[in-house]
Ligand binder design. Structure first.
Ligand SMILES: NC(=O)c1ccc[n+]([C@@H]2O[C@H](COP(=O)([O-])OP(=O)(O)OC[C@H]3O[C@@H](n4cnc5c(N)ncnc54)[C@H](O)[C@@H]3O)[C@@H](O)[C@H]2O)c1
Length: 245
């Protein structure tokens, strides 16, 4: 028996990268995981791999109706939701503030930030199946470094995600703990441009005290720990997972 045995977790953007690595660990520890994503091909792969340990749902996290409907389906299937990873995110088109068109700005704000409000609200409104519920949000070190030039909307949403974490932790205490992770550069699809070029991998690695980029599994380890009872006295924290950068 582990802390997560038969607990229900919801992972947004869980069909690839960090979300998938978190879902994988939670399932290994005995949880049932609702995986929300817009990539139907990858959702089908998750279903094939994990069977009835997962509920795969095609959900755009920026769409309130879709979010509320999907949360109701999870509660009907499994009785409630104990843990939430607000993880779905996009980097957006690389543009300076001068060039950033309104539609692209709205898209990045909606997927990276509005979604956290919508999904957290749906999570809180679902029935409780346990007394120690927890949320982990995906911020980024871009919240304090400003990220790469051209990703200003992305960095701004991550700064807001850290503030959202501090505020929501106060709002939901003492019943639900809320923390965030701030990864550095992690080898997932969102960073495919960096990882396609060995010179840019080396340049990035040189800026990092541990001298290498990170993996989704390393971020997942920190996420699962923060979600678990081992972090029972921690709330409102943003934890860097960045090799010391
Ligand atoms: N990889 C990094 O270097 C890094 C660094 C800091 C923070 N992060 C954050 O980690 C989170 C996960 O990113 P990742 O690195 O695993 O990238 P990823 O691209 O592998 O995963 C993101 C997932 O979100 C899904 N998604 C996108 N838009 C969605 C929507 N509207 N509704 C539902 N799902 C949607 C994608 O289909 C994808 O499966 C993001 O919030 C990202 O900003 C990543």
């Amino acid at each position: 028996m582990s802390f997560f045995t038969d607990r229900v977790a919801l992972v947004t953007g869980g069909a690839s990268g960090i979300g998938k690595a978190v879902a994988d660990k939670l399932i290994t520890f005995g949880a049932r995981v609702a995986i929300w994503d817009i990539r139907e091909d990858r959702l089908a792969e998750c279903k094939e791999r994990y069977g009835n340990r997962v509920l795969t749902q095609s959900v755009d996290v920026a769409d309130r109706n879709a979010v509320d409907l999907a949360a109701t389906e999870v509660a009907e299937a499994w009785g409630g939701i104990d843990h939430l990873l607000n993880n779905a995110g996009i980097i957006g088109h690389r543009m300076t503030v001068e060039d950033l068109d309104e539609a692209e700005l709205d898209r990045v704000l909606a997927v990276n930030l509005k979604s956290a409000f919508l999904v957290s609200s749906a999570f809180i409104r679902t029935p409780r199946t346990s007394s120690d519920r927890s949320i982990v949000n995906l911020s980024s070190i871009a919240a304090r470094t400003g990220g790469m030039v051209g990703n200003i909307a992305y960095a701004t949403t991550k700064g807001a995600m850290s503030s959202f974490t501090h505020a929501l932790a106060k709002e939901l205490a003492p019943h639900v703990r809320v923390n965030a992770l701030a990864p550095g550069v992690i080898n997932t699809e969102i960073q495919k441009d960096v990882f396609a070029d060995p010179a840019s991998i080396d340049a990035m690695a040189n800026l990092i005290p541990l001298k290498r980029l990170g993996t989704a599994e390393e971020v997942a380890g920190a996420a699962v720990w923060l979600l678990s009872r081992d972090a029972a006295y921690i709330t409102g924290v943003v934890l860097d997972v960045s090799g010391g950068r």
